[in-house]
Design a protein around this ligand. Structure first.
Ligand code: NAD
Ligand code: MG
Length: 398
């Protein structure tokens, strides 16, 4: 029986993780849950999975959850301490499925408590990859990728010698604006950007998939998960989302992992590692798919890819800066404060300013990471204020 703690249980990944766990009740016990504000959904999960501890965003949420669960066995906690309690609970595997920078502290707490981690919350590695990897090694825990591309690479690498790896190629669907001209992308609405062609996901990653910043963040995630240099990392656009990523070995052989786009597969790979679960899901029928297309990403219509490479080649703080600026810009876009095209330009301006003042000092601890994050958020907010009035007339390129 593998005991699971889930950070972000009410989100897209959280719910799909619970669905996989529920299909194999003799293999998994859900012992701890944490979520932000969706109290009703969380109450349902508590009734169904009977965890030992549940954490919600704040004290009001905790009071509401208690009121919805009279006589519940679960200990109900909240805030940063609540997240830490879930992250360090007596579980075998912590599923990090929160979104954004908020997941960094609890994920580090889980690693420091010696828990294996299944990581969906890619921003954790983008912000603090060096620090997280140091802690992973110091505590001898496993860090298992949930992101479909990284799960594909992880699966393709199984049985290979690390020194034989020449290149990693991440596939990208291209998002909803793959074929749109730059002028139309610049003015895209939130509703248009939230329509992902192949995946149903939380709002932040869906917007990131439309800008291709998601692929940029995934390049940085791959750098840390697989110890690859920026020169070894590549992106190819593959609109069908059937090939989830590829590795090239030094003899020129290329290995890929394929499957229908369904996050329950990479989630199951991480939950059961090194075993495989007999998932009851539709099977890939290549004859039915018919064709698989590939094209180079258009870096001028989607500048986020180059921003990620620039951050990768910058100092250790640069990815944290890019991530924070992006979180602020995406939230501003979803709130109607800026045009779609301004997301990348806000990020570019903040990253440029950082790189111009960067000291190349490594990020020694969490405080350094959080300082870089806070600096970038303040800079991005300044950028947004300067832009107010521009709404709707911003170009996609910087
Ligand atoms: P989501 O928005 O659907 O869910 C986020 C979850 O985190 C929710 O349960 C929310 O309540 C919780 N949360 C957010 N802030 C919190 C806080 N401060 N305290 C406590 N809980 C908080 O997001 P998602 O689509 O499930 O994505 C989660 C992560 O997985 C992201 O980093 C995303 O990039 C990554 N990911 C998602 C998918 C996908 O298919 N959805 C695929 C690959 C990677
Ligand atoms: Mg992905």
């Amino acid at each position: 029986m593998r005991r699971l703690a889930i950070l972000g249980s009410t989100g897209s990944i959280g719910e799909q993780t619970l669905a996989v766990a529920a299909s194999f009740p003799d293999r998994f016990r859900v012992c701890a849950l944490a979520a932000g504000r969706r109290i009703e959904k969380l109450a349902e999960q508590v009734r169904r999975f009977d965890p030992d501890v549940v954490s919600v965003g704040d004290a009001d949420g905790a009071a509401e959850l208690r009121a919805r669960l009279p006589g519940a066995r679960a200990k109900i906690v909240h805030g940063a301490e609540g997240l830490a309690a879930v992250a360090t609970h007596d579980a075998d595997l912590v599923v990090a499925a929160m979104v954004g920078a908020a997941g960094l502290r609890p994920t580090l707490a889980a690693i420091r408590a010696g828990r294996d981690v299944a990581l969906a919350n890619k921003e954790v590695l983008v912000m603090a990859g060096a620090l997280v990897l140091r802690e992973v090694h110091a505590h001898g825990v496993a860090l298992l990728p949930v992101d479909s591309e990284h799960s594909a690479i992880f699966q393709a690498l199984a049985g290979q010698r690390r020194e034989d790896l020449a290149r990693i190629v991440l596939t990208a669907s291209g998002g909803p604006f793959r074929t749109w001209p730059a002028e139309r992308i610049a003015m895209a609405t939130a509703q248009e950007a939230l329509q992902h062609p192949n995946w149903s996901m939380g709002p932040k990653i869906t917007i990131d998939s439309a800008t291709l910043m998601n692929k940029g963040l995934e390049l940085i995630e791959a750098r840390w998960l697989f110890g690859a240099s920026p020169d070894q990392l590549d992106v190819v656009v593959h609109p069908q989302s059937i090939v989830h990523s590829l590795i090239e070995l030094r003899d020129g052989s290329v290995l890929a992992q394929l499957g229908l786009p369904d996050m329950r597969i990479p989630i199951a790979v991480a939950l059961a590692h090194p075993e495989r679960l007999p998932l009851d899901l539709p099977r890939l029928d290549l004859a039915k798919v018919g064709r698989l297309d590939f094209e180079a990403p258009d870096r001028s219509r989607f500048p986020a890819i180059d921003l990620a490479y620039a951050a990768l080649r910058g100092d250790e703080a640069a990815p944290a800066v890019l991530n924070a600026a992006n979180e602020v810009a995406v939230a501003a876009f979803l709130a109607g404060r800026i045009a779609f095209g301004a997301i990348a330009s806000v990020c570019a301006a903040v990253l440029d300013r950082h790189l111009a003042r960067a000291t190349q000092a490594p990020l020694a601890d969490l405080e350094n990471v959080l300082e870089a994050d806070a600096w970038a958020r303040a800079e991005a907010e300044n950028g947004l204020r300067e832009r107010s009035g521009d709404h709707g007339c911003e170009g996609a390129a910087r």
